[in-house]
Unconditional design. Structure first.
Length: 285
């Protein structure tokens, strides 16, 4: 109910937002490109979800998804060579800083949604809590996200974006380690609160800087395209996080499976941290 009220408030306030760059009605929409990109990404996610049922089906879906995405990029190149406007320009992938920023964005949302899924499932399946009790305990992560997000603007004025992202990944991985260390040592649900708080602080610290790095890598006339790509990459990360964590849990629904799922998210976080350390210390405007 509370979420529905928040959504209603967002819809109401969004009516007052004025787009500084209204869409061009003469610009054609790349329908085939949109379909190919969507189908390719859906097949990849479905391939991960199929891992617990049939490895051959998983492999087939992943290969098919990769082939569709190759078809999509070939279609984009063909349209650009013909002087037509594709769904997105290939020039968006030629900036190293932006590419690294997109990787960190994807991993951040993967960890956020994966952690939310695993922790919520653990509370309700293993501990037997209802949705309300689970939400109350998960408030620790929400408070961490809010605290670091609200401080993000002030921190960005004092620290480089790269520093915030690296610190955020390190804190999130440390939070997962704290979570795993404390959950087995105490029957109290609040034993998970310190780990959830640190995870929330880490994620909130780095979400905005990653977007800023990606957006600032391109001029004003490409902000619409890069914004759409950035949002798509984040949504893909959310889907992958839920798919990977869910597959691990469904494959072996035991307390060890939850630890395995969280450990996998931490390992993926290390990959994101590695990408973050390769960002330039002072990205060009």
């Amino acid at each position: 109910m509370f979420q529905a009220l928040v959504i209603a408030l967002i819809v109401l306030l969004s009516r007052r937002v004025r787009d500084p760059l209204p869409p061009d009605p003469t610009s054609p929409f790349d329908t085939r490109g949109a379909v190919l990109s969507a189908v390719g990404l859906v097949l990849l996610v479905m391939g991960i979800l199929a891992a617990d049922n049939n490895l051959w089906l998983m492999l087939g879906l992943l290969v098919l998804g990769a082939l569709v995405l190759v078809w999509f990029f070939r279609w984009v190149r063909a349209k650009e060579r013909a002087g037509e406007e594709p769904l997105l320009s290939m020039s968006l992938f030629r900036d190293r800083t932006s590419n690294l920023g997109l990787v960190t964005q994807n991993v951040q949302w993967l960890m956020l949604m994966g952690t939310s899924f695993v922790v919520a499932a653990y509370f309700q399946v293993v501990r037997g809590y209802d949705a309300i009790q689970t939400g109350v305990i998960f408030t620790a992560a929400t408070l961490g996200l809010l605290a670091s997000s609200l401080a993000a603007e002030r921190l960005a004025k004092r620290r480089a974006q790269r520093t915030l992202i690296v610190t955020g990944f390190a804190a999130t991985i440390a939070g997962i380690a704290i979570l795993l260390a404390l959950v087995g040592g105490s029957p109290s649900p609040w034993a998970l609160a310190p780990g959830l708080l640190v995870i929330g602080l880490g994620l909130g610290l780095m979400l905005t800087p990653s977007v800023n790095i990606v957006q600032s890598s391109f001029p004003e006339e490409q902000q619409g395209e890069i914004s759409g790509l950035s949002r798509s990459v984040s949504n893909l990360g959310s889907s992958l996080g839920t798919a990977i964590a869910g597959t691990i849990l469904v494959a072996n629904l035991t307390t060890h499976a939850y630890a395995a799922a969280m450990s996998t998210l931490a390992v993926i976080g290390v990959l994101g941290l590695t990408a973050a350390t390769r960002l330039p210390r002072q990205p060009s405007a």
